[in-house]
Design a binder for this molecule. Structure first.
Ligand SMILES: Cc1cc2nc3c(=O)[nH]c(=O)nc-3n(C[C@H](O)[C@H](O)[C@H](O)COP(=O)(O)OP(=O)(O)OC[C@H]3O[C@@H](n4cnc5c(N)ncnc54)[C@H](O)[C@@H]3O)c2cc1C
Length: 316
């Protein structure tokens, strides 16, 4: 562990009721697994967020930020250092009206992606419907370049504001970011300047004027299709593996390898969608990781294809 008693006292004095220690991360992930975060902070505002990250920088203690934990697999021994949850302090949507197109809508990183989708439909703004049904926050969606067969975040993002390790804010346009399939990479200049990965504070999205009734109708169809194809009732992190660049999808390969229903401990390959690993109730992170490796091995042996996890694995 990385925090001695003095550091813990110091953090408690600085952040009071916003900080807890040894917080089970299973409470903060969709998988419902994960050991404790050594320190777990829920800042109440941006100023407090800046204080936390400059404290971490000064003390050399690592931190990670999380949104809703819908794409995270946290290992059983937890996370040394600090975990920062952003859903409380970054929760506003702002837009400057519909006078000209594209309409720019700015959502803070802790806003739920579904709240933003619903906001866009109500306001008669098209462009967000591709993300209907994707759990998590706007910050997580930008980091993951979240998407579906209808589109992805990089199609509509205009710019982000990020916080760097000094606590300062920086605007970055989409042209300065490198998006790929389910991934945003910051360029080296920026991470050097930030002394680490920047924290997304908000994202501005380019949307177009449309008819709320038509958007709602489209939303109904998209959500119905998701309900039919995904085991949303069981804890998971959505699609576990990225699809290979060409050919069959990860789900098809796993299915063809005969792995639907395969189980290790409480982790199971969903019979409804083979790219979902589900927690049947009492899975540990190790069960899920063991099942991940089994899938990778079987798919590689059969098709000579290495499946790469889409889920972000953190912790020790
Ligand atoms: C049932 C189910 C269905 C899903 N379907 C889809 C789908 O159709 N398409 C899809 O793309 N994904 C899907 N997902 C995966 C997941 O919902 C998305 O990746 C989502 O956008 C993650 O958001 P989050 O807030 O939960 O991020 P988290 O899981 O909390 O974090 C994901 C990553 O982003 C980083 N991060 C989060 N917020 C910030 C921030 N503000 N600044 C910097 N880094 C940050 C975290 O450190 C972590 O590395 C699904 C998941 C589930 C459980």
């Amino acid at each position: 562990m990385l925090l001695d008693q003095d550091s813990k006292n110091n953090l408690k004095n600085l952040f009071g009721s916003c900080i807890g220690f040894d917080e089970p991360m299973s409470r903060h992930t969709y998988f419902r697994v994960g050991g404790p975060a050594e320190a777990f902070i829920v800042p109440e505002n941006i100023k407090q967020l800046a204080e936390i990250i400059s404290w971490s920088r000064d003390k050399g203690i690592p931190y990670i930020v999380i949104g809703d934990g819908s794409n995270l697999l946290i290992k059983d021994n937890g996370i040394p250092g600090i975990v920062i949850l952003l859903t409380k302090c970054l929760d506003k949507i702002v837009f400057s009206g519909k006078e000209k197109e594209p309409v720019l809508v700015t959502a803070m990183a802790g806003v739920r992606t579904q709240t933003l989708c619903r906001f866009a439909i109500r306001e008669g703004l098209s462009g967000m419907n591709f993300a209907l049904g994707i759990p998590g926050t706007v910050g997580g969606a930008i980091m993951m370049n979240a998407g579906t067969s209808y589109g992805s975040v990089s199609d509509i993002l205009d710019s982000v504001n990020v916080m760097i390790s000094s606590g300062a804010l920086l605007k970055i346009t989409k042209e300065e970011m490198a998006f790929s399939y389910r991934k945003l990479s910051w360029n080296n200049n920026l991470t050097n300047r930030c002394q680490g990965a920047p924290i997304i504070i908000d994202g501005s999205f380019r949307l177009c004027l449309s008819d709320p009734v038509l958007l709602e109708k489209e939303a109904g169809k998209i959500l119905k299709k998701r309900r039919e194809n995904q085991p949303a009732e069981m804890p998971s992190a959505g699609c576990f593996f990225k699809n290979p660049p060409a050919g069959k999808t990860a789900g098809q390969l796993i299915d063809m390898a005969g792995l639907k229903g395969a189980r290790i401990g409480g982790a199971e390959i969903s019979a409804k969608h083979a790219n979902f690993i589900i927690n049947t109730g009492k899975a540990s992170a190790s069960d899920i990781l063991d099942l991940m490796q089994l899938v990778q091995k079987k798919v590689f042996d059969r098709f000579n294809i290495t499946l790469e996890p889409e889920v972000i694995i953190v912790g020790v």
